[in-house]
Design a binder for this molecule. Structure first.
Ligand SMILES: [Zn+2]
Length: 111
């Protein structure tokens, strides 16, 4: 029963933490105030940085801003999302290999 057994990968997926898809990027913006430093023609000093979370859900791209104090937490959720995706990929590979080696009636829960 190695770590490449489907049952072990499933356990790890079951025990995974909170997650969120997407990535965080820094955004600088220009405001509506006339004569603001952000509109200076030679050395514009834009507002920011703001943390923007972009992600895709059910085929739709979305964004939302993240407060600076939440960036570390959200980054952990994003990392967990990537870990889960990688576990799903490992699980697919494990099933493909096991069915190939042991036949279609192979039951990974009964090993
Ligand atoms: Zn401005």
């Amino acid at each position: 029963m190695g770590k490449h057994e489907p049952i072990n990968i499933k356990k790890e997926i079951f025990n995974s933490g909170k997650f969120h898809p997407g990535k965080i990027s820094l955004q600088y913006t220009v405001c509506n105030k006339p004569n603001c430093a952000c509109k200076d023609k030679l050395t514009p000093k834009k507002h920011g940085p703001y943390y923007q979370l972009s992600y895709s859900l059910k085929g739709k791209s979305r964004t939302r801003f993240v407060k600076p104090e939440d960036v570390e937490k959200v980054t952990e959720y994003i990392n967990e999302y990537h870990r889960l995706k990688s576990l799903i990929s490992d699980l697919s590979e494990a099933y493909v290999n096991h069915f190939k080696d042991y036949g279609w009636d192979y039951d990974p829960e009964q090993v």
